[in-house]
Unconditional design. Structure first.
Lengths: 482, 1067
């Protein structure tokens, strides 16, 4: 008779267990038994590793290809012949039903439907629809798991990005990658658990450090941005004139001093510091080693496309993502800006697709050929969808699409999701979800599930409340799982 | 639920006769005499039982709740009671927790929430003592506790020690020895001022053997401006201060005058109640002065959005919520946020309480969506006293001219001849622009076609307005949102320039929330909507706005009544260039109509600017559509327009009447006189000189900086409970009020922020003083007496020393809320002055150092670590206050995140002394804060933060080793030590050691430094180029008299010292 509540009860207990291993407030436990209260964990990682898992994971790491600005699902994956048929006609009020619009189009007096000007075809054995804009993705559809029925609550970029990245529309919460790092720790002592790669010199809707921030979690869980160029991690390079040898001998002496200090004070924190200096030193080697792709064979570059030779491009970052995955980085997040086609969509979306299509597909193929796809979950998608009607004037060769939170498409691959599978559907107008809606919190719950984490049990107490990525919502979408 | 009670009946009876399990009996012996509900029982119930028997109705099992006394003790359907006071043997709770029967046992074994034997014993003993429930401890007003006695052999300097030592002894701990002079001095300097002592200050302290030596230092430090800066640094986290807006574009804002106000407040040791009152409600204080209004910028520090397309009201309410949450957390350590969407799950705060509390902050005239950069109203101008004087003189001059105009008018009225004569009315005289709207011609222009109206090159359209029969000849019909007209090169309109418009309209539209702009040039959000517009609002009433910046710097009048629909109506206005709402009149069908003043505060120019760059340009007037975008209302006019007339002068009522085709003779005499006045040469001369003065005033005001502050609206805004916190789901209306559970709101207090501040400092208030002393305790000892400083509620931690907390709270309150006196008590205590060294045994007993049997050790905050490095090298510039500064940071971090903000597009490092200011002055851009600060756990100021994490990561090592700020500091420290009086290595190294760590080094340590120096010297001797490269880091000049190679080697030594434990750890 208590079965219904087992999870809820469990999560509290579980939290206490976890805190006694050293995270956050140990308030009640330590009050009840102060003599056995835990130490502020200097040995945090060892204790956390794996103990956070609540299921056997099907994915060990995530590569999240975040398409910032919100790609138009109608022009890429969600084929809507009706829109082509009704091109130019007003969006029927029976479809819109007073739906909230953004301030950008709410002032419009006319909402002409726009059929995609791009041709669609079915691909692969699974017969997934992909537009001509994504020829490479079209070739790997049998590896992909499409969700055509994503929906969100936010209608503007900042809140929507913040929502999908942190589970709340407003700043202050930890990002998804930070949660994962907090829950699972790291598989590589020489690299951060959460690495962020941003396409260089690509403008568009802003990015926010909070998207990979730690929120109220300890800052060790914040994403570390790896950059193209000389200094791949901020402050990683020795200052000019200081060679690796200079540094190594200097650090050896620093260690001697720290040991003298430890001898005097006996504070274990000093030893923890020494360990961090050592890891910093190792990172000075391991990070450039990862970033240096010179030894990748020519066929790899061909696969990822010519951009992949140019550091900082989306293609180069996809290649780096594979290298990071190989080395056990848990959460690798790419950001590619520029999908916000309010106007001039036909031309601009083509540029976006050209920049991302081949490399995204190559990443899947590459992971697969290395046997990594099995336990790496790859996610491709943005923060919301785009409208089926034109923002601004619909002309013979131009139009735009506004933000549309009701429905959009996102794909995943590997890591325990079904292959060659399409989940959910939108109505014929591409305006609403027709079946199997997947809310952002469901999506987040599912991702955590694939990593072996019960989203209701990965909590952190802050401001008198146990917070979690999915707030108080979220259902694992079981249909997506293998 | 029946099933549950049935079980209870079966199992309770045998349990009554069962004696307690042995381990519980044993635990019984070690319990305190008095079992406290709050401190002993509730933590158990809350953690193990509330999940199924707590406030959450949906999760509740067996219809039993243990959080409320009446439910826990009531007779249940089964005939049992969970708790029978004084009778554990008859209490089902007792029976079930000791039962070994898996079906009966509580908590159920599968929940894994098992109770420990001493917890079971505690519950049973509590029942036997009467099972007394209490309010949550922090909601009971503190009572001054008796200071416990301690054995004589322990030193108590003040009562803080008595409380702490008594508890240490309870825990089997003993205090540590007194800390040595050097560490103690450094500790107290860094705690109180954030800056290390100089070597001479250390030496003086070592030499001073007088009993009052330490106290003298403490007194001196508390009075220093550095101490004010240190306290400000802490308060900036609480106040979520930043130099950017935080959301979306994350553009620039100017709020540092508030930060300087805080420094000054701490420096003058303003009492804490005044400090808080001024920040919450300085504007409402009787005779509020400028500083008191600046203080209210506290509640404008929250993030704001400028994202195009957001719903204004949604975000405006979000800001109200932020103020609500911040007020509760910052001043009371109360988490009200949870009650925004539903009743609080753990604290007695209902959703209604939340919205009642939020009503205090819901009465500002403010925007939800602002522009990308800049401040937005309500604002306070910060003119220098010089400027203010100048303005006062000029305003007097204006009054003088106004008086002369009045006198001249009176004279004119007396001239009989004028009364009789009505000069000829020619509405086309002095006409700036006239558009009969008779012809539309298409012309090809660079590949696109454009319409030219009436053959007038100044009037074009890119759309397709149709010619239709009009009021006079043809008219233009607008039925599409892209049909608007542009009127270019008509001259720049400004505050001091008169303007009149007459136009025939025929409209049908009238839609909720939508306006129809007839004519204007007012821009969009990124220009602050600057310009003017004349439009029909959603009720088809005429509105005229002259806008500098919404929502606070504009002139706005509107007609009282709607214009008729579906017929030709002549509408117009006149504006006399006085900058006042009283200077405008509106006309419908030629007759002046009643107007209301919506807002009348315009003191800067309204010349149109380009978005972002804000450079002035003459934006064409638009007819039939606004320049607004992003807001959901594009001001599209639908209908017909005819006969547009624009005058760059104040047209007379007679002319307006004539324009509408009415008989001017029907006008009242006064209106006819106006026509005469306006044409009188001497009046025109006076008006010209008035305009000149006004224009000067405006141009001076234009350059005066402003700060965002709080300001009540004249008409209070209604506040509603919002269903699930949704902005568009208002439920019941509520009034401003505080939660009764905390402390009822006295009826004599006004229902505004000032009343709220008074309530906070009511002597009976259970939270304010506790939350504050706890926060300062945390600042000095590294963790609060209540560890969760931001949550003193049910889910927060319990105080480790409840009596001490109450003693301090009362001391603080009764001592006039004197923060520095409070700090003095803390740092003067023997406990504070202990050594941080401890034996492994003591450490094992209390690893978290909750009982403070040694001085607490932890990593210093980001700011202190950097300031220490700057200080050690001598680079630190001790300038107090002023705009935030930009020390070195890696290139490209701002632009890679966003390019919306024009002002904060690229991070351009400061130069000269601004590179070396204290870190609290470092510019904070919320979406991309200084990376070295973030790595050391500095928050990005999105939300009110009371406690920082103190993590330990490899990135921190990388910052201290490689960040140019630290490399330069090491390099300059290297130069400094080489100029030290002694030339031998050991003396120099010892000097460097003291500069970086504040203490003398040991022989062993100097030996390590010597080895470092030798190795590095050798390396640089082989590579002199490398040495000069290293010495080129940072802007500070290299001393050319010094050896490059040696300085490089010293730089590596200095680098070690800045990475030394004692450079960043509190010891």
């Amino acid at each position: 008779m208590f079965c219904d509540d087992t999870n809820r009860v469990y999560s509290r207990r579980d939290f206490l267990t976890r805190t006694s291993l050293g995270i956050g407030a140990v308030t009640l436990a330590s009050f009840l038994n102060p003599l056995t209260a835990s130490s502020q964990g200097t040995n945090l990682k060892a204790n956390l590793d794996r103990s956070g898992l609540h299921f056997a994971p099907s994915a060990k790491r995530i590569i999240y290809l975040f398409q910032s600005g919100a790609p138009s699902q109608i022009d890429l994956f969600d084929h809507k012949p009706l829109l082509q048929k009704m091109h130019g006609q007003e969006l029927p009020e029976s479809v819109r039903q007073g739906q909230r619009l953004t301030g950008m189009t709410a002032g419009q007096t006319s909402f002409p439907l726009v059929g995609s000007p791009f041709s669609f075809a079915k691909h692969g054995q699974s017969g997934a629809w992909v537009s001509e804009l994504m020829p490479h993705t079209a070739k790997i559809v049998d590896e992909l798991c499409f969700i055509k029925s994503m929906y969100t609550e936010a209608i503007n970029h900042d809140p929507a990005v913040t929502f999908i990245q942190s589970g709340s529309q407003f700043p202050g919460r930890p990002s998804m990658g930070a949660w994962v790092g907090y829950g699972l720790g790291t598989d590589n002592e020489n690299l951060p658990a959460f690495v962020v790669l941003v396409t260089k010199d690509k403008f568009g809707q802003p990015l926010y450090a909070r998207s990979w921030g730690n929120g109220f979690l300890p800052s060790e869980h914040q994403g570390v941005q790896f950059r193209a160029g000389k200094n791949p991690v901020l402050y990683l390079d020795n200052p000019p004139g200081v060679s690796a040898d200079n540094r190594e001998s200097q650090l050896a002496k620093l260690r001697s001093l720290q040991e003298i200090q430890f001898g005097e004070l006996g504070d274990p924190e000093i030893q923890a510091r020494i360990a961090q200096y050592e890891m910093a030193f190792r990172m000075q080697t391991s990070v450039p080693e990862i970033m240096n792709t010179a030894n990748e064979p020519a066929y790899i570059y061909e696969m990822y496309g010519k951009d992949s030779r140019k550091p900082g491009t989306y293609a180069a970052n996809c290649l780096l993502a594979r290298r990071l995955a190989e080395r056990g980085v848990k959460f690798i997040q790419l950001y590619h800006q520029g999908w916000d086609q309010h106007g001039n969509l036909p031309e601009d979306i083509r540029t976006q697709a050209d920049e991302t299509d081949q490399a995204s597909a190559a990443l899947i193929i590459d992971l697969k050929q290395r046997g990594l796809l099995e336990d790496t979950l790859v996610i491709w998608g943005g923060e919301f969808g785009r409208t089926n009607y034109s923002q601004g004037r619909l002309t013979s060769d131009n139009f735009g699409r506004d933000h549309h939170p009701n429905c959009y498409t996102l794909w995943m691959a590997g890591g325990g999701v079904k292959k060659g599978f399409t989940f959910g559907a939108t109505d014929d107008f591409g305006y609403r979800i027709a079946s199997d809606g997947v809310h952002i919190h469901d999506f987040q719950a599912t991702i955590l599930h694939l990593l072996g984490i019960d989203h209701e049990r990965l909590t952190y107490k802050h401001q008198g409340r146990r917070f979690r990525l999915t707030d108080v919502h979220g259902e694992v979408v079981k249909s997506l799982l293998v | 639920m029946r099933f549950f009670d049935f079980l209870l009946l079966i199992f309770l009876l045998p349990a009554c006769h069962t004696s307690l399990p042995e381990e519980v009996e044993l635990a019984m012996a070690n319990l305190p005499d008095e079992i406290s509900y709050n401190f002993h029982i509730k933590p158990i119930l809350s953690d193990r039982c509330y999940a199924c028997h707590g406030p959450d109705e949906e999760a509740r099992k067996g219809d039993l709740r243990l959080d409320l006394e009446e439910y826990a003790k009531k007779l249940r359907d089964s005939g049992n009671k969970a708790i029978v006071p004084h009778r554990s043997a008859r209490s089902a709770l007792a029976a079930r927790i000791v039962s070994t029967d898996k079906e009966y046992q509580m908590p159920p074994p599968e929940s894994k929430l098992n109770l420990l034997p001493h917890e079971k014993a505690m519950l049973i003993k509590w029942i036997d003592q009467g099972a007394k429930y209490e309010k949550h401890w922090s909601f009971i007003s503190p009572k001054k506790p008796v200071v416990p006695a301690i054995p004589e052999k322990y030193t108590a300097i003040n009562p803080v020690d008595n409380f702490l030592i008594a508890e240490m002894l309870n825990q089997g701990l003993t205090p540590s020895a007194q800390e040595g002079a050097e560490r103690l001095l450094r500790r107290v300097y860094l705690d109180l001022t954030g800056l290390p002592p100089s070597i001479s200050e250390v030496d003086a302290f070592i030499a001073d053997q007088s009993p009052g030596a330490f106290e003298n230092v403490v007194d001196r430090l508390l009075q220093s401006v550095s101490c004010a800066e240190r306290l400000t640094m802490e308060w900036m986290d609480v106040a979520r201060y930043a130099d950017s807006h935080g959301l979306h574009a994350d553009g620039w804002r100017n709020m540092w005058p508030w930060r300087d106000w805080v420094i000054e407040a701490f420096h003058s040791n303003m009492s804490y109640n005044q400090f808080v009152t001024e920040q919450l409600a300085g504007d409402l204080l009787p005779g509020a002065d400028r500083d008191q209004i600046i203080a209210t910028a506290f509640h404008r520090n929250h993030p704001m959005t400028a994202e195009g397309g957001v719903i204004d009201e949604e975000f405006r309410l979000e800001y109200v919520s932020d103020r609500t949450n911040t007020t509760a957390t910052a001043f009371m350590g109360l988490t009200m946020e949870c009650a925004k969407c539903h009743d609080h799950k753990f604290d007695p705060i209902s959703q209604k309480n939340y919205y009642e509390f939020s009503a205090f902050f819901n009465n500002q005239r403010e925007l939800g969506m602002t522009g990308d950069d800049g401040n937005f109203g309500p604002m306070l101008t910060l003119a220098s006293s010089e400027t203010e004087e100048k303005l006062t003189v000029m305003e007097k001059e204006i009054k003088d001219v106004d008086r002369q105009i009045r006198e001249r008018k009176a004279e004119l009225q007396k001239v009989e001849a004028y009364l009789q004569s009505l000069p000829p009315i020619d509405i086309d005289k002095n006409l700036a622009f006239y558009l009969p709207l008779e012809k539309v011609r298409t012309r090809q222009l660079e590949g696109s076609s454009q319409k030219v109206i009436d053959g007038n090159q100044k009037c074009t359209s890119n759309g397709d307005p149709k010619l239709v029969p009009g009021k006079v000849g043809q008219a233009l019909e607008f039925d599409h949102e892209y049909d608007e007209l542009y009127l270019a090169d008509l001259g720049v309109m400004d505050v001091e320039k008169p303007l009149s418009i007459g136009i025939w309209i025929h409209t049908r539209k009238k839609m909720e929330g939508k306006t129809q702009v007839l004519i204007g040039n007012a821009g969009e959000k990124n220009t602050g909507w600057r310009g003017w517009d004349f439009y029909l609002d959603q009720d088809n009433r005429l509105n005229l706005r002259l806008i500098r910046s919404l929502p606070h710097n504009l002139l706005h009048v509107r007609a009282q009544d709607s214009v008729p629909l579906q017929q030709w109506v002549h509408v117009g206005f006149t504006y006399d260039g006085t900058g006042r709402a009283s200077g405008s009149k509106m006309f419908v069908d030629g007759w002046q109509v009643q107007t209301m003043v919506e807002y009348d505060r315009l003191d800067k120019n309204i010349r149109t600017v380009r978005p972002g760059a804000h450079e002035e340009f003459e934006r064409p007037l638009r007819v039939a559509k606004s320049y607004r975008a992003f807001t959901g209302d594009n001001g599209v006019f639908e209908g017909k327009i005819d006969e547009l007339r624009i005058y760059h002068r104040e047209a007379s009522p007679l002319e307006m009447t004539a324009m509408a085709g009415q008989d001017p003779k029907a006008l009242a005499a006064a209106d006819r006189w106006t026509h005469i006045f306006l044409q009188d040469p001497s009046i025109r001369v006076l008006q010209r000189s008035r305009r000149q003065i006004l224009s000067e005033i405006i141009s001076i005001s234009d350059s005066v900086p402003e700060i965002m502050v709080m300001e009540e609206m004249m008409q209070p805004r209604a506040t509603f409970i919002l269903d699930r916190g949704q902005y568009d789901a208002p439920l019941e209306e509520v009034q401003a009020k505080t939660p009764d559970e905390v402390l009822p709101y006295p009826s004599h207090l006004p229902s505004n922020r000032l009343g709220l501040a008074t309530w906070l400092f009511d002597p009976q208030h259970p939270l304010t003083s506790r939350a504050t002393v706890n926060r300062y305790w945390q600042m000095i000892f590294g963790r609060g007496i209540v560890k969760s400083a931001n949550d003193l509620g049910n889910q927060g931690a319990l105080p480790s020393h409840p009596d001490l907390l109450d003693w301090l709270a009362i001391e603080f309150r009764d001592n006039g809320w004197d923060v520095k006196a409070l700090l003095k008590i803390l740092v003067m205590s023997a406990t504070y002055q202990q050594s941080s060294y401890t034996t492994p045994e003591q450490r094992g007993l209390d690893p978290e150092n909750i009982y403070l049997s040694r001085s607490s050790s932890y990593r210093w905050p980001a700011e202190i670590i950097r300031d220490n490095a700057l200080s050690a090298s001598g680079l630190l510039v001790r300038k107090v206050g002023g705009p935030s500064v930009k020390p070195y940071q890696p290139d490209g971090l701002w632009i890679e995140k966003g390019s919306f903000s024009h002002v904060l597009l690229r991070y351009e490092p400061s130069s000269g002394e601004d590179l070396y200011r204290r870190s609290l002055y470092t510019f904070i851009k919320r979406t991309s804060p200084h990376p070295a600060m973030t790595v050391f756990d500095a928050p990005n100021r999105d939300v009110c933060t009371l406690t920082r994490e103190t993590t330990n990561t490899p990135l921190q090592a990388l910052v201290l080793l490689n960040d140019p700020q630290f490399v330069e500091a090491a390099r300059v420290l290297a130069q400094r030590v080489q100029k030290h009086a002694h030339s031998d290595f050991d003396a120099r190294a010892a000097y460097a050691f003291r500069l970086a760590t504040g203490r003398h080094s040991t022989v062993e340590e100097i030996q390590v430094l010597k080895e470092t120096f030798d190795e590095q010297l050798q390396s640089f001797q082989q590579n002199r180029k490398a040495a000069s490269n290293l010495l080129a880091v940072g802007e500070h000049a290299m001393d050319s008299n010094l050896s490059v190679v040696e300085t490089a080697a010293w730089t590596m030594v200095a680098g070690i010292l800045l990475n030394h434990d004692e450079a960043y750890m509190k010891r």
